[in-house]
Design a protein around this ligand. Structure first.
Ligand SMILES: *Cc1c(COP(=O)(O)O)cnc(C)c1O
Length: 389
């Protein structure tokens, strides 16, 4: 049924993607499918190549329905689902890189992606090179004979640098290099990497897709059968699979994803305005701001923004000063992750997240949730008084 929705507009597709009421006695949402063992019809069936389900870890009705839904979301051939967003990233990297290869990884990638490349890929004999997120067509100069893949994340983590994906893809295609893009920021709503020729889109479904800070889940979508088979065999070989409850919750999240993101994107704007007027701030990071890294590309290629922003405080404020401010806030607890309904702050040591980070000052990322922004601003107003002791 949901294959039919390829021709529908995105909002309509999000209502129907992956749903199969006819398979489940009319039940609207595909039910949680708890299974490891799946019984064969007969002894002979065990040896048949045409059996749809062999073992729950490899695939099962719910993982199939979810993968079909996210494949429609990203406009791909087929998807794999994984136990976390990071597992989707690492499975995609492992699927396309081997010993002796050279890989190009964007310098503004999600920090654990960076650590996987530094600690694991290098240990397996892959040459890892980090490149400037604003490199654009200049990436052509970094491609070597043995370059196996170019990894993008746009906008990047923390600083939200927007990459010129079409320019990078053009350079990659000219040399037959596979491209992978972490599309978690856009959730598949604000940007469509496969439409720009990217081969693999990866996402964490722990962010806006599930939307309630209660799910660890990821997926990767391939543009064609050959890339899908490489991804799937890497996942099967490493025993990567997704939990059934998580698949159910993320699939349910898809139904309201668009409106939740729209609301988050609206709620961040008054907070950006408030920070713009604060003398304690050195720099604000959000792709909608003129002068933001890759702002023009964001205007050209993206359909909007989400509720994430970052702030670099002036050098004169110590970690202790900023800690006093943060701890005095009632509506902004400190916590990792984003895309949930509640506001959060995450501090970052940017020197461990970039090849070179020269800026001085404490860096905080804000996830703006669904609270009333007047309450959020009142909280920030009272809290900022505690920045100076
Ligand atoms: C959170 C995040 C991930 C990892 O997702 P998990 O589900 O937490 O493993 C990957 N990429 C980006 C951009 C993220 O923000």
């Amino acid at each position: 049924m949901s294959e039919d929705h390829k021709n529908h507009r995105r909002s309509t597709m999000l209502v129907h993607a992956g749903r199969k009421p006819e398979n489940y006695f009319g039940v609207v949402n595909p039910p949680v499918c708890r299974t490891s063992t799946i019984l064969y019809e007969s002894f002979a069936a065990y040896f048949s190549p045409n059996v749809k389900y062999r073992y729950g870890r490899v695939n099962n009705p719910l993982s199939n329905d979810f993968e079909e839904a996210v494949s429609l979301l990203e406009g791909g051939f087929k998807a794999i689902s994984t136990s976390s967003g990071l597992a989707a990233v690492t499975t995609a990297l492992v699927a396309f890189a081997k010993a002796g290869d050279h890989v190009l990884i964007v310098d503004s990638c999600y920090p654990p992606t960076r650590f996987f490349c530094q600690r694991r890929l290098r240990a397996y004999g892959v040459e890892v090179e980090f490149y400037d997120p604003l490199i654009g067509a200049g990436i052509a100069d970094l491609i070597r004979e043995n370059t196996a893949l170019i990894y993008m994340e746009s906008p990047g983590s923390g600083t939200f640098d927007v990459q010129d994906v079409p320019a990078i893809v053009a350079a990659a295609k000219a040399r037959g290099v596979v491209t992978i893009l972490d599309n978690t920021w856009s959730a598949g709503i604000l940007f469509h990497p496969l439409e720009h020729g990217v081969n693999i889109a990866v996402q964490s479904a722990a962010k806006y897709i599930s939307g309630h800070s209660d799910v660890n889940l990821g997926f990767a979508v391939a543009d064609d059968e050959r890339h899908y088979k490489l991804l799937k065999s890497a996942a099967v070989d490493a025993g990567i699979c997704a939990g059934s409850e998580e698949l159910y919750l993320a699939m349910r999240g898809l139904r309201t994803l668009e409106m939740r993101m729209k609301h988050a994107g609206e709620n961040v704007l008054p907070i950006l305005e408030w920070f713009k007027g604060r003398p304690e701030v050195q720099e604000i990071y959000h792709p909608s701001l003129p002068g933001a890294a890759g702002h023009d590309v964001w205007v050209r290629d993206y359909a909007g923004h989400n509720g994430l922003m970052s702030v670099l405080f002036k050098e004169e404020y110590s970690l202790e000063d900023v800690g006093r401010f943060v701890d005095s806030l009632a509506l902004f607890p400190v916590g990792s992750s984003w895309g949930g309904y509640e506001s959060l702050i995450q501090p970052s040591d940017m020197t461990t997240c970039r090849t070179k980070w020269d800026k001085k000052g404490v860096f905080l990322r804000f996830q703006i949730g669904n609270e009333d922004t007047a309450d959020l601003i009142a909280d920030l107003e009272q809290g900022i008084k505690n920045l100076k002791s």
